[in-house]
Design a protein around this ligand. Structure first.
Ligand code: ADP
Ligand code: SF4
Length: 683
């Protein structure tokens, strides 16, 4: 059972009129589900309650059509018709012994109201902060009265929906209440603008309105960003951040404090360590007697205990750690520390919100599938009878397939050709800033090594002969993929024969051997993959002192990392390392010591010194084993093979999250009716 040194984490905490059973607090986080996939969202949150999170919060929840974040899948509590879906959520959370919190939000100039077509609201006339050609109206007194009424009515609906904690949200530079606080947005000359006390006025009024609306049944929480990491141009922990907390110190029942904007709040592991917000939020408890919750990608129970004992926080806030492991509190409670599946800080979950799709997680293949597929993060149905499975390849797909198959009771053999487990995860975790990614491998190895029904073999490249000779009924081929070296990708859809006019070093060689494989340079990295790989290699080479130029046909460095909130930091880091950057440029020609690039719009050419070219464009599935097995398909049944399937990157290269999901899905589908992929299954 529980180690007594973690007892403090299981103490109840009183939050105004309600009491949470422990100090584990799932703070509001987006899910990419929200009002469009409300039932999926409700059951995902309920799973956190089952896993022991004492408080479970919604994501930001629009209070009115004038805060319409279309097409984003946020929560929506516009009127009474929205109450029912939240009632289902709060019932599920309460049945599991937790408190439910709702983050009411009016997004002010952060939204363009694409559906409602209402002119957005702002303290002063301003252009909205997304790229739509839309301006917000500077609110007059009647607008302010209306906004207060909408917020009050939403708080009443939240109480009716069964929430225990109701948020007033001034964070992330995303809500009207924060816009009023910030002098860069608030240029008013009336009693709502100018001095800090004036800029605070609306916040105070809405706090009072909300308190009045929720009465003494619900707690009132403030979510506030104490620092925007933009110096004196924004809120600072030693300036107005502190002044605002001091001014409102005793007004709420709970302070939920963090950094703004979202990219600062949800920093990825590539740019921050566990506890990265402590220096900013530590002061809050010195200023208020109310309980304080904060975040910092906490996954270690020892760190959590330290944070509480040092008087920095009262409640351990978590978004990502609760996504990667909804059962983290229960595992600490049950003394199963080694079973905790730690968040790797990759922000694939965050991308779900940004691409407007249900979130995915690199560590937790079941997140978002709790209701739609009925998947539980901890339980996989036991097999009806004995079964044997062979998994070929021990990357993320193979390891997860083997782990979940073993959990179901199958006798599992997993073999990998290499000398270490983890496949791409092991190799990529050696890139700068990505060491925590090895947790994907390590958690699964930990589970496999304690299972009695698993045999594991390294240095075991299997052939079609081997697989037929084993005669194991269920076979998962999880042999991964290789990076292309011919330049074909999104921009150039066909191979570029001229690349061979000079030396090419492929991504796989660099991953295997590190920067020495590139020699002294100069090196040109051509990134048409658009996610992390091109920039991570550029970072690695430049840090080794190699003259490196990063070329991409897109307008942004590592363009897709906009979705993981890393893009600006990646670009900045490459600049700091002296990497030369050429945007909107495609490959045009190659000589032994140079490469010619062309502007994708004008065609203007530039010749760049280049001894080594690294094409980072796309991957090809490793197909040899599959092809050999296909050629002998008529032997499968006689050899005892009933099912042979490709999973993960050897079916279609993708993210680590996709490989993990693919392995998990294979294990779940063993002995089950074929999973339906009809339209209905996705509603
Ligand atoms: P995925 O992301 O789909 O899990 P990876 O590329 O990470 O794929 O992992 C594939 C693993 O398969 C690598 O560790 C590789 O060594 C292993 N592998 C490749 N071919 C074979 C084979 N014929 N037999 C056993 N293991 C193999
Ligand atoms: Fe953590 Fe990545 Fe999962 Fe998000 S997707 S919870 S950052 S492991």
């Amino acid at each position: 059972m529980r180690d007594p040194r973690y007892d403090i984490l299981f103490e109840p905490v009183t939050i105004g009129p309600v009491t949470t059973r422990n100090r584990f607090y799932q703070v509001p986080h987006c899910s990419g589900m929200g009002h469009r996939y409300a039932r999926s969202d409700a059951h995902m949150r309920a799973m956190k309650a089952e896993g022991g999170w004492g408080v479970v919060s919604t994501q930001e929840t629009e209070i009115h059509p004038s805060s319409d974040l279309t097409p984003s899948n946020q929560g929506r509590i516009w009127d009474g018709a929205d109450v029912g879906v939240f009632r289902e959520m709060t019932d599920l959370i309460h049945e599991r012994g937790s408190l439910a919190a709702v983050q009411l939000a009016h997004n002010g100039l952060h939204t363009a109201n694409r559906l409602s077509r209402i002119a957005p609201y702002a303290p002063s006339d301003a252009v909205v902060d997304i790229d739509d050609p839309v301006q917000a109206r500077g609110m007059d007194k009647a607008d302010i009265r209306e906004f207060r009424r909408w917020h009050r009515d939403a708080a009443i609906r939240a109480r009716e929906a069964g929430f225990d904690i109701v948020y007033v949200y001034a964070g992330h530079d995303m809500t009207l209440l924060m816009h009023f606080l910030l002098s860069r947005h608030n240029h008013r000359t009336d009693e709502y603008g100018g001095s800090l006390e004036n800029r605070l006025r609306l916040f105070r009024e809405v706090l009072a309105d909300t308190r009045d609306a929720i009465g003494d049944r619900c707690a009132l929480a403030i979510r506030f960003a104490v620092d925007e990491l933009m110096g004196s141009a924004g809120v600072e922990r030693d300036g107005e951040g502190r002044d605002i907390v001091a001014a409102l110190a005793e007004e709420p029942d709970l302070w939920d404090v963090n950094l703004s904007d979202w990219s600062n709040d949800s920093q990825s592991a590539r740019f921050s360590q566990e506890g990265y917000q402590e220096d900013y939020t530590r002061f809050v408890k010195q200023v208020t007697t109310k309980p304080v919750v904060g975040v910092g990608r906490y996954t270690s129970p020892d760190t959590m205990v330290r944070v509480i004992r040092q008087g920095h926080l009262d409640l351990i806030g978590a978004a990502r750690p609760s996504i990667a492991d909804p059962f983290l509190p229960r595992k600490i409670q049950e003394g199963r520390i080694d079973d905790i599946r730690e968040c790797i800080g990759c922000n694939i979950c965050v991308a779900g919100d940004n691409i407007v799709a249900p979130m995915r997680c690199t560590q937790n293949p079941t997140i978002g599938e709790e209701w739609r597929k009925g998947w539980h993060p901890e339980k996989v149905p036991a097999l009806a009878g004995p079964a044997a499975a062979l998994v070929v390849g021990g990357g993320p797909a193979g390891l997860e397939a083997a782990r979940a198959l073993a959990q179901r009771g199958a006798s599992v053999i997993i073999a990998d050709a290499g000398t270490e487990w983890g496949g791409r995860v092991s190799r990529e975790s050696r890139l700068p800033g990505l060491s925590s990614w090895a947790r994907v491998r390590d958690w699964r190895l930990g589970q496999l090594r304690t299972a009695s029904n698993v045999e594991m073999y390294l240095s075991s490249p299997l052939t079609a002969d081997d697989i037929l000779a084993y005669g194991i009924a269920h076979v998962a081929i999880a042999v991964g993929g290789r990076w292309r070296e011919d330049g074909a990708g999104r921009f150039h859809r066909v191979p570029l024969p001229f690349l061979k006019n000079g030396k090419i070093v492929g991504v796989d060689l660099l991953l295997d051997q590190g920067s020495v494989a590139a020699g002294p340079g100069p090196v040109v990295i051509y990134d048409d993959d658009r996610y992390y790989m091109g920039s991570a290699l550029a970072e690695q080479l430049a840090a080794a002192g190699i003259d490196t130029t990063y070329v991409t046909p897109t307008p942004l460095v590592a363009a897709w990392t906009v979705n993981t909130l890393e893009q600006a930091r990646i670009h900045r880091r490459l600049l700091e390392l002296g990497v030369k950057i050429r945007l909107l440029s495609a490959l045009a020609d190659r000589a032994a010591d140079s490469v010619t690039i062309r502007c994708v719009y004008s065609g203007a050419a530039e010749i760049i010194p280049c001894e080594v070219l690294v094409p980072v464009t796309a991957r090809l599935p490793s197909s040899e084993l599959w092809t050999a097995l296909q050629a002998r398909r008529e032997e499968w049944l006689d050899s005892g093979l009933t099912r042979v399937e490709r999973i993960g990157d050897c079916l279609a290269p993708g993210t680590i999250a996709a490989a993990n999901y693919s392995g998990h899905r294979f294990a779940r589908s063993l002995g089950a009716l074929a999973e339906t992929e009809s339209a209905d299954a996705f509603r």
